[in-house]
Structures are given as structure tokens and as C-alpha cells.
Design a protein around this ligand. Structure first.
Ligand SMILES: [Zn+2]
Length: 291
């Protein structure tokens, strides 16, 4: 998480008249203002305002999630039908990735997960009693039966399969933009290691065996709560046989002739670009978009 100048922390709501960064979500979209001076320059920030300026978009349960250069950052969900304050619009976070700076983008993801957790964890899943927020972390404890719940984080593996040379195996899901291919990915199951998950997912989705699993990097992905764990792996046997319930196609591509790829923000794209660079390809393939 690129969060220069940000310190995670829990604090009291900002005082009346105290400015804060308001990361407010309405109908799953972030409230933003355009340009520091309100001019539409194609760049956005969350509003830096006092609470009363949020008007009807004031979150139902605002929470301070930390401090950006000392300024409180407030997260919360506004009612889906709340009218927007003057000069504010809402945007899907995935479409803001190159319109917010990296720190703000990471904070927005974080704010969404915490706000969503706050909204959906009010009652104990065991006994149905009201659960209260812990003092020291984001867990919620049921005073009646003692159950503690925490914001959900779901690990997923994502893997670039290569042939030891200049070919990579990319796959495509039917819901993706036309022509786009990307890496094989899947959720870790209960009591499974990341490596076991990787080998299983690759076998299930594209029918091949892999070896030389190499960890590359990870990325939190708040749609809704994944932790993507990125690897490369070398093909060691088997022909491509896709799972048609998951994929529309999978095939080998030369690193010199790649199809449309995911956008640069995504870990998939970073792994592909990193692999190309390690193989001596200096140029960058064209950027994809979320559309
Ligand atoms: Zn309970």
C-alpha cells in the first residue's frame, strides 16, 4: 500500500470546524471533488472539509481510520439516495486509479473496506446480539457470547505461467473487455497453502502443471476484500484445457506479441511488465483500461 504521509490509527471524530479528508461512499462510489481549486482538471481528491459541509452525505457511522500528514481521514457510507454536496460527484474507484495519487487511492481502498465492515458487522453472527467495536483494532466483540469478528481479508493467488523462454500462458474470462487476456488467479481454500492453491488453480483452470513457483509481490484489492499474492511459475507439463465455467480461452503468447492487457495499476499487469523486463524487453506494452 503506497501511503506516504499516512499513519493508520483510530481516533475521535474530528471536532466541529476541524477539517478532515472525508472518504465517503454512496452506492459503492467514492465522493470526490475535481481539482484543488474546484476546477475540472480531470484529477480528483476526496473532499477536505468540515463535517457539516458533507450535508446529507454525512456518513451514518463515520470512523477515523488514520491521519494524512496529521489531518484526520474519515471513512463511512452515506445513504444511497443522499443528495451530493455542492461541487462533489461520485466515481467508481476502479475508474479513478490514474486520477487520484497513489496514496489517496490506497486510502480510498482502505476506507471502503473499513466502512463496509462497520456497516455489515453490527450484529454477532453466532447469537445475533449487538457487537461492539474493539478499543484497539477493527474487530467487533459480542458482549453476550464473546465472539470476535474482524474485517475480512481473502487471499488469492495470481500467477504468470511461462515456458522458461519467451512465451507466457494468459487466459480470458468472458466478462472481461473484448480481447483482454490476463493471469490465472483463484481464491485460497481453507487449510491450503498459497503454493498448493497455485498448483490446484492452474490445474483446474487451464489444465497444466507448473514448477519453480516464485513469489513476486502482493496487492490489496478492495473489490471487495482480496489480498492478491503474485507469483511466476514455469510450465512443467500438460496441454491447455480450460475450465469453461471459469474461462473463455487460454493460450500461449510471445512476449513480443501480447494481447490487450489489464491496466498498469493491477498486480497482473505489474507481474507481466516485470517478467518482460527481466526477459530483456525494454518497451512497455500498451496500457489497458477498466472499460
Ligand atoms: Zn454473540
Amino acid at each position: 500500500m503506497a501511503t506516504q504521509g499516512f499513519e493508520r490509527g483510530r481516533g475521535a471524530a474530528p471536532g466541529e470546524g476541524e477539517q478532515a479528508w472525508w472518504f465517503v461512499w454512496r452506492a459503492r462510489e467514492l465522493l470526490v471533488v475535481s481539482g484543488p481549486a474546484g476546477q475540472d482538471d480531470g484529477r480528483y481528491t476526496p473532499p477536505l472539509v468540515v463535517g457539516t459541509q458533507m450535508g446529507a452525505a454525512n456518513p451514518r457511522q463515520p470512523l477515523v481510520i488514520g491521519y494524512l500528514d496529521g489531518v484526520p481521514c474519515v471513512a463511512g457510507l452515506a445513504p444511497d439516495d443522499a443528495p451530493l454536496p455542492q461541487g462533489m460527484i461520485t466515481r467508481d474507484l476502479r475508474r479513478l486509479y490514474d486520477l487520484l495519487d497513489a496514496t489517496t487511492y490506497s486510502l480510498a481502498s482502505y476506507s471502503y473496506q473499513i466502512a463496509y465492515w462497520q456497516e455489515t458487522s453490527g450484529y454477532c453472527p453466532v447469537c445475533g446480539g449487538p457487537a461492539t467495536l474493539n478499543e484497539a483494532d477493527w474487530g467487533r466483540t459480542c458482549p453476550r457470547c464473546g465472539h470476535i469478528g474482524y474485517p475480512r481479508v481473502s487471499p488469492c493467488i495470481i500467477v504468470l505461467i511461462h515456458d522458461g523462454g519467451d512465451r507466457v500462458l494468459l487466459a480470458r474470462q468472458p466478462s472481461w473487455p473484448k480481447g483482454r487476456y490476463s493471469l490465472v488467479a483463484g481464491f485460497v481454500e481453507a487449510a491450503e497453502s498459497l503454493e498448493e492453491c497455485l498448483v490446484r488453480e492452474v490445474r483446474e483452470e487451464v489444465g497444466v502443471q507448473v514448477t519453480d513457483l516464485t513469489y513476486i509481490s502482493s496487492q490489496a484489492w478492495s473489490f471487495p476484500h482480496q489480498l492478491m499474492v503474485g507469483y511466476t511459475a514455469r510450465h512443467s507439463g500438460g496441454e491447455i484445457a480450460i475450465d469453461p465455467a471459469e474461462l473463455e480461452d487460454a493460450r500461449w503468447f510471445s512476449l513480443d506479441d501480447l494481447p490487450a492487457l489489464p491496466p498498469p495499476l493491477s498486480i497482473a499487469r505489474r507481474i507481466i511488465d516485470g517478467h518482460r523486463a527481466r526477459r530483456g524487453h525494454q518497451d512497455q506494452p500498451a496500457g489497458g483500461t477498466w472499460e
